[in-house]
Design a binder for this molecule. Sequence first.
Ligand code: NG1
Ligand code: MG
Length: 547
Amino acid sequence: MSSQQPIPIYTNLNELYGELGTTLNHAQRWNELAENFQKKFGRKPAYIVRAPGRVNLIGEHIDYCLFGVLPAAIEQDILIACAPRAVPTSPQDETHEPGHVTAENAHTKYARQMFAPSQKRRGSVTDGQVNIEEWHLDINKKELRWESYVKAGYYGVLNNYFNGDLNTLPVPVDLLVTGAVPAGSGLSSSAAMVVASTLTFLAVNGKLDANLTETDDSKKISKGELVTMAVANEYRVGVNSGGMDQAASVISIPSAALYISFFPKLDVSPAPLPPGAVFVCANSLVVSDKAVTAKTNYNLRVVETLAAARILARHLNLPIGKDEKLQLREVVGRLVGEVKEEGEMSTEKLIETLKRMDREIEVLKPAKESADGQLGVTMEEMVEKSGLTKEEFHQLYLSWVEVEATHFQLYKRAKHVFSEALRVLQFRQVCLDAAASPSSSSLEVIEKLGNLMNESQKSCNELFQCSCPELNQLTTLAREAGAYGSRLTGAGWGGCTVSIVAEDKVDAFIKQVSETYPLYKSLSGDALREAIFATKPSSGACGFAVS
Ligand code: NG1
Ligand code: MG
């Protein structure tokens, strides 16, 4: 497997369904979507694209520090049916004009949206021509709106493929979205939406043309390129995320979880899951809306880890430019003279260096511990430790993001990040060792993985402070119901947990958690099956060219 491979474009869906899983009726969903599209827009779709959500098995809040993570795509996905719009329905109809998008959502609570890009005119006027630097789409960052994710995907395609040329706006498009990934649940519906939308606009503009399959592979967009584009696109919605979700949604395979490393470059390798182990997702039903809470939660954590990286680099006498936003993974690399061209340092070396960091992070503690034992530093202390002036610090770390805090928990955040990075490597090693010796006891293996997941939950709760009472309760109930390990998955502050359960105990496990988690008591049937379900790794994003 590699991130260099092209995005698969199917012409026969029967090959695909087998790779997706069996919980959802995929054939029915794809057919219904195509029929629905025909009803709404009066013709067949030209393409249907798919992007799955993901469950992160271990490695939370470390992707944006550029440490490796270990997710798997899930069966639940976003599908978008789309077709270029060619014929105006009336002379006044603008929807056939280049660049115009008509977006519908199969979910009736989301209204039809129509939009078109405008030009951001920057630069100089030469020979009566304005040099256009960027196409612009209005994306509301203050409010979570479904079409924002569609626009985010469009943004990247516009500015990567149609930049600066007035004569080549993309074709007008009709599209219809349907989704099975619950929103705000930590299963990354947002990344699935952005990946699917990016794929949609690539497809209708001929950038994923099925004909290219037979001709020149090098002309086709690779999985790695799609990941890069989707990450940049998701920034447009206002969350400064790492690349885990997009990479998992694009590159995943059905036979294993994915170890994804981001430094020195994006790299993926399969992490085979032990036979007999089942991962069960359970939604806490607390919705965490990142767009609304980013200031005090997600984006604040991003800033805290960046500030910690600068202070550590300074403490370790590492070279760091005044305007360089060094990440924690880069500090570790710089410390041992890692060279980009040679790829990631050996796992042994990385483990050894991560262990050493446990001592070095003492420097991140405040000079004087507060009476309540809190280890946060004030803004003044943080700036002082960074060696920058107040203005320099603000420009580098705070000018591009809004955060709100009186104290910055640099020590706790760094302690979580380094220990979690270590747990990911250990988890992966347990998987690889078990695959290499099939005779090893599968329960022992499951127990080891479970312990690492439990430690991760503790660290997320106490050090990174991204859990919440319901997630703590749900993970506790999961362990009581027989899970070997249970932790929050995704950003946290709500959303889903993931538990590792022995295959023959899954039904009893789900039953017990359904009966004991208070917020499940009123649920039954489909609602309950959507809230708690077993998952198997599913395959990554793809397209289908409708013939
Ligand atoms: P969620 O909120 O689960 O989509 C987010 C980030 C990830 C990663 C995790 C925490 C986005 C799109 N994704 O996931 O990059 O940082 O939190 O590990 O914001
Ligand atoms: Mg998300």
